[in-house]
Ligand binder design. Structure first.
Ligand code: PLP
Length: 470
């Protein structure tokens, strides 16, 4: 079959429109003898019957295994160059107490970026020293809570924050370990809105101002300097950006060593995952080896010891383990001008969720893929666009995917790789309740985050009798 002229270059006509690309789906995903998608031994039909749609499904063993593998890769690679490595799960990707416990079980710490995330991480019950606190606009209340419970590190994001944290720590009689986030100027090769380290952005302190900030940290009796922090962006596929950031950070690190100890270097997260089968992320072992080599080389050139490192992956731990199940509501084939006078058919498949459960395609044109989940089909592939149910033309879940020509209302549709920044960024646009998150493991399913009901939403409307407004 010829490619549809409306299809993007990356999207080949699939040989099998039912196939589950192993890079994109959870490692346990398969089809059962009836062709029904199964994750960790639980069928998509059973999940939809029991929990309704949309529903977020997360493969627990897959999250645990990715966390363990990533930790082992970094501990191993940095161990080879004489450094220890600590891995913190970037909780903003998807945080609830269950996931927090899974990653702590795998030997990871947890990074949080708000008072709410801190509360959830603490509710999971880990040693607070395993928690790191981020944020470019932390409130006094958030800082106070973090110091009070004894978090392992606070990542300072501005010079002004040095004094604020020092004052709070002094009032509470604590010595708070801190890192200093550096805006290294390195622009990771990724989508513009995801790149966080070119100079014109809100995060961190420019390299030129870092010595002043570190001097202030060291002068405070209430702070302990752990070292520098750098996070150059997200969904990064190659190691050059990390190596460039390491070179810049290490030059600064060496300069700071002349004034006192700098025990660690935090290199952030941002490791890319496959959202479609055109994505080809590097194995984490190769990323870890590349980063460790760059660190050792820099240390050698500067004549300083290799520092211990910290890393903060989020997406690469939970992203590939999650799948969202939807129900198809409407199928609409449209004749669309491809180029010039050429007309081609794009089939709009509208489902019962949308930008309220996955805003990434609308927010930064993130690409996803999709498969029908409740059966297999031998119909020919047609170019489809999976749209949500919101009152917004940009409410798209999958911009381009080949789906079987007989896809029809009532079919279950699964979108893989939704484990990160899906539920975490969910919202109630159009008064749509958030779907539940269901963990699957060894043939069993359980809710780990309850879905919202319309009653939950009504309770917040102050004009309704019996609503909860305080
Ligand atoms: C978002 C973020 C991460 C995690 O990024 P991923 O792309 O999910 O790995 C790590 N560190 C900081 C500071 C972040 O802002």
């Amino acid at each position: 079959m010829r490619a549809n002229p409306l299809a993007p270059e990356r999207l080949a006509v699939p040989a099998d429109v039912n196939a589950l690309a192993p890079t994109v789906w959870p490692s346990s995903a398969s089809r059962d003898e009836h062709g029904v998608l199964r994750i960790a031994g639980v069928s998509a039909r059973a999940l939809a019957d029991r929990f309704g749609t949309p529903v977020y499904v997360v493969d627990e063993a897959d999250v645990r295994a990715r966390a363990a593998r990533i930790r082992a890769a970094f501990v191993g690679a940095f161990g080879e160059v004489g450094a220890t490595a600590r891995v913190y799960y970037a909780g903003k990707a998807f945080l609830c107490t269950e996931v927090a416990r899974w990653v702590v079980d795998a030997g990871l710490g947890i990074d949080v970026a708000s008072g709410g995330e801190l509360a959830v991480a603490l509710a999971a019950g880990p040693d607070p020293a395993l928690i790191g606190v981020h944020g470019n606009a932390k409130s006094d209340a958030e800082l106070r809570r973090a110091v009070e419970v004894g978090v392992g590190s606070i990542v300072l994001d501005s010079i002004a924050e040095v004094d604020r944290v020092a004052t709070i720590a002094a009032e509470l009689g604590r010595i708070q370990p801190v890192r200093l986030r550096i805006n290294s100027g390195v622009h990771a090769s990724t989508h513009e809105y995801l790149a966080t380290a070119h100079e014109d952005q809100k995060f961190g302190v420019p390299i030129s101002q870092a010595p002043e900030a570190v001097a202030a940290i060291r002068a405070s009796g209430a702070l302990r300097f752990l070292g520098l922090h750098s996070h150059i962006g997200s969904q990064i596929f190659e190691t050059e950006g990390f190596a460039a950031a390491i070179r810049r950070l290490m030059a600064l690190h060496a300069e700071l060593l002349r004034g006192g100890p700098v025990p660690q270097l935090n290199l952030g997260g941002g490791f890319g995952i496959a959202y479609t089968d055109a994505d080809d992320p590097m194995p984490v072992e190769d990323i870890a080896d590349g980063m460790a080599a760059a660190l050792a080389e820099s240390a050698g050139e500067l004549g300083i010891p290799v520092p211990d490192v910290a890393l903060e992956p989020g997406r690469s731990i939970v992203g590939p383990a999650g799948v969202t199940l939807y129900r198809v509501e409407v199928v609409k084939p449209l004749q669309v001008h491809a180029s010039g006078d050429v007309l081609a058919t794009r089939t709009y498949v509208s489902v019962d969720g949308g930008m309220s459960d996955n805003i990434r395609p609308a927010l930064y044109r993130a690409e996803y893929s999709a498969r029908i989940a409740g059966r297999v089909s031998d119909a020919e592939p047609v170019l489809a666009r999976v749209a949500g149910k919101h009152c917004e033309g940009g409410d798209i879940l999958v911009h381009a995917e080949y789906l079987p020509a007989d896809t029809a209302p009532g079919d279950l549709l699964a979108v893989p790789a939704t484990g990160a920044y899906g539920w975490a960024m969910s919202n109630n646009y159009n008064w749509i309740p958030r779907p539940p998150v269901v963990a699957v493991r060894d043939g069993a399913a359980r809710v780990i985050v309850r879905g919202e009901t319309i009653d939950d939403l009504l309770r917040r409307d102050a004009g309704i009798e019996g609503s909860t407004t305080t």
